[in-house]
Write a protein that binds this ligand. Structure first.
Ligand SMILES: Nc1ncnc2c1ncn2[C@@H]1O[C@H](COP(=O)(O)OP(=O)(O)OP(=O)(O)O)[C@@H](O)[C@H]1O
Length: 223
C-alpha cells in the first residue's frame, strides 16, 4: 500500500517566484493496483510522481510505502530504496544513446551487487517481458521510438520492482506503439505489480485493468 499524507510541494519557497505545485494531497494506492494520474499539462502530475518515486522531497507531508516513510529518507537511502523497489518509465526514455540495449538495461543492477551470471539472467527476463530481445545488441541511437520505449520498459523491470512509475509513457508513441505499451502494462498487472501512470492521453480511459483514476487539477486532487 502507498499512502500519501497531507503532501505539499512549494517551489522557490519564500521568494517572489514561490509556486504551490501540490496542495494537501491525500491518496491511498493499493498494492498490485493500476492507477492513472490524470490532469492537464502543468497540473502537478510529474511533481507528484517524482515525490512518490523518492526522486524529490515534499515541502511538507509524507509518502508511506509498505510502512516505510520515504519522503524524508536521506539521499543515499532514497537511491537504494529506488534501486530495490521502483521502476521508472519516462516519456523521454532517459537512455544512454551510445550504449546498446543490453547495456542500458543492466544499468539499474550495478549498485545491487549481483554476479555477472545473475545480471545476464535478469536482463534476459526483462528483454523478453518488454519484447525487445531481438534488438539486444543494437546501439540505442539506431532504434525506433517504440523500440527505445520497450528498452526503457525492460530497464524499468530488470530489478523486478514491485512498483512501476510511468510519466507520460505514450507521449512520443504512435497509436500502434501506444497499444503495445498498454499490452505490456496489462502483463505487469497480471504479475501483481503496482503501476502508477501519469498521463493526459485518452487512450488510458476505460481500460478494464485500471483500478482507479485520480484526477489532479492545479495541484489538487479533484473528487
Ligand atoms: N523545479 C521547479 N521550479 C518551479 N516550478 C516548477 C518546478 N517544477 C515544476 N514546476 C511547476 O509546477 C507545476 C506542475 O508541474 P508538473 O511538471 O508537475 O506538471 P505536469 O502535470 O506533469 O505537466 P506535463 O503534463 O506538462 O508534464 C507547473 O506549473 C510547473 O511550472
Amino acid at each position: 500500500m502507498i499512502k500519501v499524507n497531507n503532501l505539499n510541494k512549494i517551489f522557490n519557497e519564500n521568494t517572489k517566484k514561490e509556486f504551490h505545485a501540490l496542495k494537501d494531497i491525500n491518496i491511498q494506492i493499493q498494492t498490485s493496483s493500476c492507477v492513472i494520474l490524470k490532469g492537464v499539462s502543468g497540473s502537478g502530475k510529474s511533481t507528484l510522481l517524482s515525490i512518490l518515486g523518492a526522486l524529490s522531497k515534499p515541502s511538507s507531508g509524507d509518502v508511506i510505502i509498505n510502512n516505510d516513510s520515504i519522503a524524508k529518507l536521506p539521499d543515499l537511502h532514497s537511491s537504494l530504496f529506488r534501486a530495490k523497489n521502483l521502476g521508472f518509465i519516462f516519456q523521454s526514455y532517459n537512455l544512454f544513446n551510445e550504449l546498446n540495449v543490453e547495456e542500458n538495461i543492466s544499468i539499474p543492477l550495478v549498485p545491487l551487487g549481483f554476479s555477472q551470471k545473475e545480471i545476464n539472467q535478469k536482463v534476459q527476463t526483462a528483454l523478453n517481458l518488454a519484447n525487445i530481445e531481438h534488438k539486444k545488441d543494437e546501439t540505442v541511437s539506431n532504434l525506433s521510438g517504440g523500440e527505445k520505449q520497450r528498452t526503457a520498459i525492460a530497464r524499468a523491470l530488470v530489478n523486478n520492482p514491485d512498483i512501476i512509475l510511468c510519466d507520460e509513457p505514450t507521449a512520443n508513441l504512435d497509436n500502434a506503439n501506444s497499444l503495445k505499451f498498454i499490452e505490456v502494462i496489462k502483463k505487469l498487472k497480471e504479475l501483481n505489480k503496482t503501476i502508477i501512470i501519469a498521463t493526459h492521453d485518452p487512450i488510458f480511459d476505460n481500460l478494464d485493468f485500471v483500478d482507479n483514476t485520480i484526477n489532479i487539477k492545479d495541484g489538487c486532487i479533484c473528487e
